[in-house]
Design a binder for this molecule. Structure first.
Ligand SMILES: [Fe+2]
Ligand SMILES: [Fe+2]
Length: 184
């Protein structure tokens, strides 16, 4: 993972990565072989790769909202065995529960329609309504790509953990996404 992408991840995901909710997500298994937190990091890595590719062909992406959505899209799964009766119920309801987590984490002022719709619709096409924004389509695609790579033992989040991200903090303070010429 390029260093500049790690900086973007830290710049937009710092508060989420340092939260109790995300820390607890390292303790919840997901896709049988991962944790919710590791999977979410992998999805975010794939999303940021896609952003870099799209930027090269002058397609703008709201990187901050996409980073928040990617890191939080499955936080609603926490406690799934107590909350949901089966996998079908989990599939339908965890995006809405993830939105509650996001409001708690970032507050209403930072909450946006892009985050709302992207997370709510990220299970498409397993759920019938597609995302409305390109950020949602990127998240949906990255979610599937990361899940397949995890099953193959090649998670996009390999070698990346919360501690390694937080070690970037001094450099991240002076970093601007404009350094990358990325739209935000
Ligand atoms: Fe999900
Ligand atoms: Fe996911």
């Amino acid at each position: 993972m390029p260093f500049q992408m790690r900086r973007l991840l830290y710049k937009y995901g710092e508060d989420i990565l340092g939260s109790d909710q995300f820390r607890q997500a390292f303790g919840q298994t997901h896709h049988k072989c991962m944790t919710v937190a590791d999977h979410s990091l992998g999805v975010c890595v794939v999303c940021l790769y896609i952003c870099l590719v799209l930027e090269k062909i002058h397609i703008s992406v709201h990187v901050r909202d996409l980073t928040v959505a990617a890191l939080c899209h499955d936080l609603g799964i926490m406690g799934r065995y107590e909350k949901y009766r089966n996998n079908i119920e989990c599939c339908g309801r965890h995006p809405v529960d993830s939105l509650d987590c996001i409001r708690d984490l970032i507050g209403e002022e930072e909450y946006s329609d892009i985050i709302e719709n992207s997370v709510r619709r990220h299970m498409w096409p397993l759920t019938p309504v597609p995302p409305r924004y390109r950020e949602g389509l990127i998240l949906t695609m990255a979610d599937k790509v990361s899940a397949v790579m995890e099953r193959l033992g090649r998670s996009p989040a390999r070698g990346l953990d919360r501690e390694s991200i937080l070690r970037l903090s001094p450099a991240a303070e002076s970093f601007s996404s404009e350094d990358l010429d990325l739209p935000v």
